[in-house]
Each structure stands twice: as C-alpha cells, then as structure tokens.
Design a protein around this ligand. Structure first.
Ligand code: CMC
Length: 389
C-alpha cells in the first residue's frame, strides 16, 4: 500500500502526494516487470530464475538492450564487440594511477567513467547505432576499471583483460591475477545476471532523467553511478558486510539485531520499496552462499546471514521487511574472495546493462522529465535591504 502525505500550502490549498514517488508512474517501459506482492521479477518477459539457471551475463545484457534473445551468431558477435572494448584507454589508465588509492571506490569509478566521456566522439544526434555502441563499450570496460581500482588500491599493477575468458571469469582474473575455476566464474555470472536490471530503481531513474535532457550517455551513466553508491541503494551490500563484521560471531547475532531494531536502526540488506515478500534474487543468492560456505568450509558468514534472516522474519516479517538482493550478495562476494570495497562497484559492473537498456528506451520516445513539488515556503515576503538586516 502506498502511503500518501497530505499538506496544505500557504494559500490554503490541500495537496496529497506520494513521498519518495512511491507507486508513481513516471512513464512506460518494456524492460522489466516486478510483482512485489508475489516476489516475481521478469526481464522482458522471462523469469529471473530461468535466466539465472540458463543464461549468461553477456546473453542477458544483449536481451535487455535489444529486446530479443540473441541467435548464436548475434551472441558471438556481441561477445566479440565486448571483448574488443575491454581495455581501459592508456591515457585514462595514466590518470587513474594519479588518483588517491584510498578514495571511495564508487567515487573513483564515477570519475573514471566521466573522464572516459572526454575521449568519446560526440553523439549529439543520439542515433540508435552510436548510443548502443557507447553503451556496449561501457558494459565492456566496467570490469576492467573496477579491477584496476582494486589493484591500484593494493599497490599492484592492473591486470590486462584475457579475451579467452567470459565477462565474469575475466573480472575475477583481473582482480586476483588468477584464472578462476568454472564454479566461481559461474557464481559471479549469476550474480551479474541477477543485478543487471530492476525497473525504475533510483540509479536507473537517475540515468533516464539525465538522458531525457538529451545530454550524452557518459553524463547519464556517471550520475547513475553516484546514485547507486548510496547505502539505501547499491551501497547496502557493503553495509551488510560491515554489519556481519560488527556482529562478529553467530552467538552475538540475536543480541545485536534486536538491539538495532529497538533503537530503530535499519538493518542493511533488508526491506524494499517494491518487494513486501522475499526478493526472488535473494532466494537464489542464499543458495549460492550456502554452497560456497560448504565448498570453502567457512560457514561463519552464511550461518550468521541465515540467523539474521530468521530473527528479522520473526521480528518484522509481518511488516513486509525481508532480505533484498544485497543481503546474500555480500557473503557470496566474500566467499568469491572480493574485497569489501568493490562490492558496490561489482553491482555497477552488472547494472550498467540495465542503465544502458533504459537510456536507449528513453531516447526512443523521449520527453524531458520535469516533475513539480508543493511549495510550502513564504509567498508574500518583502525584500529587505542588506543594511537593514
Ligand atoms: N531495517 C529495519 N527497519 C526497516 C528496514 C530495515 N532494513 N527497512 C525498512 N524498515 C522500516 C522503516 O524503519 C520504516 O519504519 P516506520 O514506518 O516505523 O518508520 C518502514 O520500515 C518503512 O521504511 P521506509 O524506509 O520508509 O521504506 P522505503 O520504501 O522508503 O525504503 C529501503 C526502502 C530499501 C530504502 C529500506 O527498506 C532500507 O533503508 N533498507 C536498508 C537499505 C537496503 O538494504 N537497501 C537496498 C535496497 S534493495 C537493492 C537496491 O536497490 O540497491
């Protein structure tokens, strides 16, 4: 149920509106459907469970961008184009080496993407071909940027992409310097599929608002990265890991979570604007977290996560507060060996496909986003000279 807020302005007019635009229809879209009451998510008609089981990130990205599942030939050519654009331009990499290595990784990613826009030929006409070309280049290069950010933080040289590897396997390789086993690569591939698209979430809406001014794709994506960084959005996966570390062990879970709920603190990785039942992505990720805990023999983070889920269900489940996508992705990334600082950038590596699809859709039938607000300030105030104040 969408909560309405009622206000009366200074002229005595009554207004009713939805705070945070909850439930407000901003436009139409054919990319993603979410049924928050039943916990269903579909990309262009196909259930997320099918894509997670049968697709790859590359295929899902093509599907999101172009609206049809690719033929073998189309997929092969798409993968070839992505591989061609994996490398970071040398001039950009040089600048990256000058950036502070203790900076926030999402701020660095945002800055690098903005910088790359300077080297992109002008696409002022927003032709479909040029726009999709820019989007594909960004999908291709995001893993290389994120891996380079991590390597430079560790005082190591970035690892060049390996074109014999898939998008997901190559990301692990560029971060760790070692080729992953097939299972680790597949788990990350599934994570990328699950995070790729989610309707009018804050960062996607940001990208659509920005591109609706007919500015460039890089500006829209830069703004979207800034939006995804926030702890109420993509930054929550990092928040979940902080929470697990703060709790420390399985025995302390009950006390810490109950204490947080009593003090009205938010539990990161729980709650959602649309889902009022378990997020279907969390359900899939929970299974991968369990399996990775068994394989690595390190049960702690999975066991703590399950305990938090159980307590939250008992305490606030009746209010529709359940794990969202960020909750189990934290322990999955931990088991895959990623540093906490790149959890949210990995989200961006995936969501760039969704942003790209929405940018292309917005440009097809563009109308400038320009909403309004209820003015509650003064309406009849005299200007007072500075000498009299
Ligand atoms: N822990 C405890 N209480 C919560 C939580 C939570 N995680 N989420 C919502 N609530 C409570 C909230 O305190 C409020 O209570 P009251 O009515 O007593 O004031 C009520 O539920 C409604 O919450 P809200 O923040 O007004 O709801 P919203 O629709 O504006 O927020 C949300 C959705 C995702 C911002 C929120 O659930 C939240 O802050 N969650 C924690 C951060 C998080 O995990 N974000 C990731 C979201 S999903 C992936 C993504 O988009 O990146």
């Amino acid at each position: 149920m969408v909560k309405k807020r009622e206000v009366i302005d200074k002229s005595g007019n009554k207004h009713s509106f939805s705070e945070g635009m909850a439930g407000v229809i901003a436009t139409t879209s054919e990319i993603c459907f979410i049924n928050g009451a039943e916990g269903k998510l579909i990309y262009r008609g196909v259930p997320i469970e099918d894509l997670a089981e049968k697709s790859t990130f590359e295929e899902t990205s093509y599907f999101l961008l172009y609206g049809e599942l690719p033929t073998q030939k189309e997929l092969h050519e798409f993968e070839k184009r992505l591989k061609k654009h994996r490398a970071i331009p040398a001039t950009v990499l040089d600048v990256m080496k000058q950036m502070p290595d203790d900076a926030n990784t999402m701020q660095t990613l945002r800055t690098v993407v903005s910088l790359m826009g300077l080297y992109e030929p002008k696409n002022d006409e927003h032709s479909v071909k040029e726009t999709s070309g820019e989007v594909e280049k960004l999908i291709a290069v995001f893993p290389t940027i994120v891996a380079a950010i991590q390597r430079l933080r560790e005082g190591k040289e970035p690892v060049a992409p390996d074109n014999s590897l898939s998008h997901a396997a190559n990301l692990i390789y560029m971060v760790t310097g070692e080729k992953p086993d097939d299972y680790a690569a597949r788990v990350l591939d599934v994570c990328l599929i699950l995070h790729a698209e989610h309707g009018f979430n804050a960062s996607t809406f940001t990208s659509r608002v920005v591109i609706s001014t007919l500015t460039d794709v890089y500006s829209a994506v830069t703004a979207a990265i800034g939006s995804l960084r926030g702890p109420l959005h993509g930054g929550a996966n990092e928040g979940v890991m902080h929470l697990l570390d703060e709790i420390g062990d399985l025995e302390s879970v009950e006390k810490v979570i109950k204490n947080k709920l009593e003090t009205k603190a938010k539990i990161m990785g729980f709650g959602h604007r649309v889902y009022k039942v378990l997020d279907p992505r969390a359900k899939i990720l929970s299974q991968y977290s369990k399996r990775l805990a068994e394989i690595t023999g390190k049960q702690k983070y999975y066991a703590m996560s399950k305990k938090i889920e159980e307590i939250m269900k008992r305490e606030v489940g009746d209010r529709g507060i359940y794990p969202n996508v960020d909750f189990f992705s934290a322990s999955v990334y931990h088991y895959l060996g990623f540093s906490l600082e790149i959890y949210t950038p990995i989200f961006a590596v995936s969501r760039i496909s969704g942003w790209g699809a929405h940018i292309m859709e917005q440009l097809r039938e563009n109308r400038l986003f320009r909403p309004t607000s209820v003015y509650l300030g003064d309406i009849d105030r005299k200007y007072m000279a500075i000498s009299d104040r």
